[in-house]
Ligand binder design. Structure first.
Ligand SMILES: C[S@@+](CC[C@H](N)C(=O)[O-])C[C@H]1O[C@@H](n2cnc3c(N)ncnc32)[C@H](O)[C@@H]1O
Length: 217
């Protein structure tokens, strides 16, 4: 594949836009649904929880989140205007019933008051964080005391085998993420890595190792 094509794939994964962005978001949803469900299940969601997600993509998984407990409220934040629109459209019933709320933000400052959420999660976004330390402190700020944050990402050992990750991506292994977390006030509750089979761009099945880290304020 040409350098320009690889660069275009990386840009779409970082910030989906236009017709190609919609296609890319559908593909991401399909490829990453196991990681997303795993992240949601590790949050130990209970009734009445207020939950924030950073970088939801097309948010085709929000229905699954609402199956976890009664009277939940879901808040989604995106940097991509296209993903914000797609997510609102896909979840229009939840939006009109005021169960799901979507907004666009700058990727650095979380536009909510301190101690707003019981649970926060993010899947496959850490590679694109402009200032990881600052965003972690923002996540800490908007989490309620004893609230949980679940961070899910594919391991560097797998990601570096994908040719497009040389552009736009900062890759992380568990050790590198835990080093970032050490500099915050979060307590590590649980770390788990698992390997799953996913379809590669050329159609064959490959092993992807991903990690979920559950933190507590
Ligand atoms: C690779 S996609 C992952 C989407 C979905 N979470 C998944 O795993 O399929 C990354 C998404 O995160 C968004 N994004 C990138 N940087 C972000 C940030 N700092 N905060 C929130 N979202 C971000 C992008 O717009 C994109 O929709």
């Amino acid at each position: 594949m040409e350098k320009e094509e690889l660069q275009a794939i990386a840009s779409q994964l970082k910030h989906p836009t236009g017709e190609k962005g919609i296609e890319m978001a559908n593909m991401m949803h399909e490829t990453n649904i196991n990681m997303t469900r795993h992240s949601i299940q590790n949050l130990n969601i209970s009734a009445e929880n207020k939950i924030l997600e950073l970088g939801h993509g097309n948010a085709g998984h929000v229905e699954f989140l609402f199956e976890q407990a009664k009277n939940l409220k879901y808040y989604g934040l995106e940097m991509s205007e296209l993903m914000f629109q797609e997510a609102r459209q896909m979840n229009r019933n939840f939006v009109s019933q005021k169960q799901a709320f979507f907004s666009v933000y700058d990727g650095n400052i979380i536009p909510f008051e301190a101690a707003s959420f019981d649970k926060i999660f993010t899947v496959n976004t850490i590679y694109f964080w402009q200032n990881p330390q600052k965003l972690l402190s923002e996540i800490y700020r908007v989490l309620k005391p004893n609230g949980n944050f679940c961070l899910t990402f594919a391991e560097e050992s797998f990601m570096k085998t994908l040719p497009f990750t040389q552009f736009e991506f900062e890759l992380y292994g568990t050790g590198k993420v835990l080093k970032l977390i050490e500099k915050t006030d979060f307590r590590v509750v649980y770390t788990e890595s698992q390997t799953e089979k996913v379809k590669s761009k050329t159609g064959e099945l490959v092993d992807r190792t991903f990690t979920t880290i559950v933190l507590e304020k």
